[in-house]
Ligand binder design. Structure first.
Ligand SMILES: NC(=O)C1=CN([C@@H]2O[C@H](COP(=O)(O)OP(=O)(O)OC[C@H]3O[C@@H](n4cnc5c(N)ncnc54)[C@H](OP(=O)(O)O)[C@@H]3O)[C@@H](O)[C@H]2O)C=CC1
Ligand SMILES: CC(C)(CO)C(=O)C(=O)O
Length: 303
């Protein structure tokens, strides 16, 4: 299968490496530092199960998606529109485009720019770039893909490559469940720059998380989303299974990069406003992260 990865970062390089290792033709579109390393040394995957380099083709140009049967769209939610516009002129009309991103609105925004169907994907992985052209797998890797024509074939290729990939007609609920977990942890962990295990020991932290989650559940209900059972239990589990983890929002802030907060708590408060559901806790968490982002970008308040 001819596969392109748009956004050669942690997620794109992980699934790209797994598919390339299984013999698929993989082309990655990414930043010069990673592209140069991949062209020179291949794409290196470091995981408990397997470590090594796989040959891939790599380019900094969005034209790298030309001719691909499957495109894994793996940029941050903040880059969706801009990247889609770069990719659109090169994309085959019958390519299967899969969004592997956090947030529930990427598919809609991407499809509007591309003028073609986009398949939602939920990513349950812990992966990070460990250097130019090097991706480190820390755990997980499961994918849930939305039901769509031809998608079972892609899921089969992923499974044969060692990725636990399922197809579900209830992917919207799964995406929202992930969004709700992000709304509970990401901003709090970013504001105090603390891992989850420590975070939840703070006074009233569980109560704040519960309030944020309840608001999200109310917004999802008003939006007609069928959530899976056990949302709060799933949220509680994260502090136990990942006590040493800081959120991706915390990592973005620490690196001075824009975070995805507008597509996490920010999305919930916009959707809540549209649907007449109050979201004061999500609004406060969003506002605090935005203030921190501005401070880190040099827009400090006078005095
Ligand atoms: N990392 C993880 O474990 C998980 C991540 N996710 C989600 O997956 C998505 C991707 O995350 P992740 O892989 O961590 O992010 P990364 O920032 O590691 O990867 C995205 C890469 O794409 C690059 N990029 C952005 N726009 C373009 C473009 N137009 N052309 C070429 N390259 C581009 C970025 O460069 P630059 O930074 O310079 O813009 C970056 O190197 C996010 O929505 C995230 O929330 C979900 C589950 C787990
Ligand atoms: C699941 C969680 C909260 C794990 O860190 C995450 O997706 C993130 O940090 O963005």
């Amino acid at each position: 299968m001819k596969i392109a990865v748009m956004g050669a970062g942690a997620v794109g390089c992980y699934y790209g490496a797994m598919l390339a290792r299984a013999g698929h033709e993989v082309a990655l579109v990414g930043r010069p530092m990673h592209v140069e390393a991949m062209r020179r040394d291949g794409l290196r995957l470091e995981s408990a199960a397997w470590t090594g380099a796989v040959p891939v083709s790599a380019t900094t140009s969005a034209a790298g998606v030309a001719g691909a049967e499957v495109v894994l769209f793996c940029v941050k939610a903040t880059d969706t529109e801009r990247t889609a516009a770069q990719m659109a002129p090169h994309l085959a009309a019958d390519a299967t485009v899969i969004s592997l991103q956090n947030g529930v609105d990427n598919v809609e925004r991407l499809a509007a720019r591309l003028g073609q169907v986009v398949v939602p994907g939920v990513v349950y992985a812990a992966v990070a770039m460990a250097g130019p052209g090097i991706v480190r797998h820390r755990g997980g890797g499961e994918l849930v893909l939305g039901a769509a024509p031809g998608i079972e074939c892609v899921a089969q290729a992923l499974r044969a490559a060692g990725v636990d990939a399922a197809v579900s007609s209830r992917v919207a609920g799964a995406l929202w469940a992930k969004l709700i977990t992000n709304c509970a942890y990401n901003a709090l962990s970013a504001i105090v720059q603390r891992p989850y295990g420590e975070l939840v020991q703070g006074e009233n932290v569980w109560a704040v998380m519960r309030d944020a989650v309840d608001e999200c559940i109310a917004v999802a209900g008003a939006a007609g989303i069928e959530l899976p059972d056990g949302i709060w239990a799933g949220v509680e589990k994260i502090a136990v299974t990942m006590p040493a983890q800081v959120s991706s929002t915390a990592q973005d802030l620490a690196r001075g990069k824009p975070s995805e907060i507008d597509h996490l708590n920010g999305y919930v408060l916009r959707k809540g406003a549209q649907l007449g559901v109050a979201t004061p806790v999500n609004r406060a968490l969003h506002a605090l992260v935005r203030l921190l982002e501005q401070r880190r970008h040099g827009h400090a308040a006078p005095g």
